[in-house]
Structures are given as C-alpha cells and as structure tokens.
Design a protein around this ligand. Sequence first.
Ligand SMILES: [Zn+2]
Length: 234
Amino acid sequence: MTAQQLIGLDQKHLLLIENNIELIGQKFQCHHEVLVPLAKLIRQSEIDGIPLRIVSSYRSFEQQLAIWNKKYYQEVELNLRDGSSINSQDLDGEARVKAILNYSALPGTSRHHWGTDFDIFDACAIDQGYEVQLLEAEFEEQGPCGNLNLWLEQTLATYQFFKPYLTDKGGVACEPWHISYHPISHSALQEFPVALLTQTIQEAEIGGKQFILPMLEQILEQYVFNICDTDDGV
Ligand SMILES: [Zn+2]
C-alpha cells in the first residue's frame, strides 16, 4: 500500500463488493488481496451455522474525521474503559481527546483505512431484529455473539485472521468484534507513514488539534502500534 492508502487518503487498493451471492449480498469495500481469504472465512461460518456479517469495513480519512469531530464537538456519550460513559462536552479538550481514543481511532490511524480489518457480528442475532451496538458484553458467553466469539477463537488463525484488540493493552479498549487479515495488515503497520500522518493532521480541520499534535508520538505508541499481534505469541 502507498503512504496515502495507509492513512485513508486513497482508495486504489480497494475492491467494492456487492450483490455477491457467496457473500450473501453484503456490500462492503476491502483490500483486493483480502477478498478471497475473507470469503473463505465467511463461507466456513455459514457451513458451521454461525454466519458472520460485516458491520463495518473500509473507512476513509474523511469518514473517520467525521466520526471524530462528532464525538469532539457534539453532545455524545463516550464509552469509558470501566463500562461507564460520559457526555463528551463534560470533559476538557485534552481529556476528551483521550476518551475518544478508547474506541475511535485518530483519523489517519484507523486500521479500517487499510481494507484489511472488519467489525463483524452474528447474522442470526441481526436477523432476529437485534440492533448491533458493538459492546464487549455482546461477545460474552451469554451475549448474542457468544457463539460467534467461540467460533472465531477456533477458526480465525486457520484463515490468517486475528484480533488486534483481543485484550486491553492500555491503548484501544478490548474489541472482540474487530478482526484483521494478518498477512497484509502486519506489513501495513510496519510501513506506517508517520511523517505524512503528522502533516495531514496539521492541515486537517480536526477537533482538539492543539492537544493531539504534542502527543502524536504517544498516540501512535499507545493506540496504533500497541496491538495483540499473533506474531508476538499473544
Ligand atoms: Zn473496528
């Protein structure tokens, strides 16, 4: 991937998937080398009776910026690590930036820019009218995705996928719904263009910029490079 692609500014590495019967008509964008392994994973999930659905796939820098600015500027409940939540406007600027980072990536640093990472859910729950929230409790044993979670544990590695946010390492909070295709995303992280990101943030209209820029290096260490990588034996 090019530096532009790695921070969500260019889409040439992506395929748009829609109306594909094998993929149950799901519409999403993914990295062109991820389609086949992803299709195999989804097909296996159908065979095993735990059909997985993609809730979120590729996001551009602009889309991530819209998510970020909404959380920064508007009255939005931010989920905190202890399971509680707080209105974003009740936090001062720096605390607000840190609270947003628990669950939302700084634009340019989202793994969703790569087309290798997906938020997934159990189709059975969705088909029964369950409204997806992407909460840890949904993936616990008794939750609507408890079965899917067990299945993922046994199956992901076979298809070279992994969960970068399997456990809370003090960066991004635990996200059991987020899966990543390791062969591509591993090198994406190693090639991450820090200089281009810095320049792009400097030029972006992003809420909290004056707090973000001085701690950009720390944000990268804590939230971007600090993942549960299968290569580390985690
Ligand atoms: Zn995700």
